[in-house]
Design a protein around this ligand. Sequence first.
Ligand SMILES: Cc1ncc(COP(=O)(O)O)c(C=O)c1O
Length: 424
Amino acid sequence: MDNAQTVDAARGLFPGGVNSPVRSFRSVGGRPVPIARGAGPFVFDTEGNRYIDYIGAFGPLILGHAPAPVVEAIRKAAGEGTAFGALTPGEVELGRRVTQATGLERVRFVNSGTEATMTAIRLARAATGRDILVKFDGGYHGHSDGLLVKAGSGVATLGLSDSAGVPAAIAGLTAVLPYNDPAALEAWFAANAGATAAVIVEPVAGNMGLVEPSAAFLEALNTVPRAHGALLIADEVITGFRFRYGLSSLLPSADLACLGKVIGGGLPVGALGGRAEVMDLLAPLGPVYQAGTLSGNPLVTAAGAAMLDQLADGRAYARLEELGRHFENGLLAAIRRAEIRASVVRRGSALTLFFRPEAPRDYSEARESDTAAFGRFHAGMLARGIMLPPSQFETWFVSAAHGEAEIDATVNAAHEVLREAGQS
Ligand SMILES: Cc1ncc(COP(=O)(O)O)c(C=O)c1O
């Protein structure tokens, strides 16, 4: 099957032709490119065309595609049986690595980030005996009902459902506040402390494009919920093991942390962890139920452990910082030359180019970006063999398999594309 045949066949099989909405390319108005294989920094479509990849599976592939030690670990594990429904030594191996690197006393492995955040919230409600959850506008924490909620009309109001099929009663248990607004967080707790179980937040927002937290916001996150008896849930599904070996270190007061992506070596994974006294509320020790047929799966734990072994000495992170800086500088030069209104937000190997003159501080600012310009930019880059995430509001990921040659080729393509794309 060539690209067109694959896309057409998928349309008859899957809603919108995909198994996760962003893959449809609807946000950029193009046709999705089906990927047949990946190698290092590259992906190849079904017709053998090569692209430099910055999707990186939306975060897990910090070593690039098909890194030999991870592939070998999966192969070996698969030969020994793919699932047992029993405790395995592989779980212990990955569990040791994750707890040692993060300082989390206990972890539970699940199959996705969605499961991790859903369970963390259930735990926080059980631990506090309170029901209300606070999240931030533009924060994404997976697709469980209570998290598909957008801001209500006022700043500190309970939320409205962001998806059909979510009962208003459930959306109404989630309050949505603006990101990077410590005063809104303080005001929320001043009025609603007794009802608020937890605050869930991405320490660096990765799902409105990349948006940096301010020092004042981090300070408020680390102090305000605790002062009012609520739990802080750090959603480190993207940030965990992406910027350093362990958690981001921006939310040291977090009671629970959620992980995913990198710790599964590119296989389906999630995890939540925290202090033993909170985590031990989970069944079978405590009253909070959670389970999973394939949780802690041996292929996943083998891939995750092999991935973390490549990262543990920190050298990959130093290299990723170098590559990220080189990329950022190149893009900024291309933006200046093209004389367009755009900005770049970067931390380590994660970045977003916004078609907006200043880096956004929250979702309302991110939404001011010229998404039509981003769509033109995406199409122009794709035509030059550069695979960017197909939305203005996604983060680009550089991997340790990328080199200066790939970054320079990308920046050169951006030089060509930006001027035309950025004219509105
Ligand atoms: C910060 C964050 N939390 C949770 C999730 C959900 O993870 P998953 O897609 O594995 O369910 C994502 C997914 O992109 C995410 O970026």
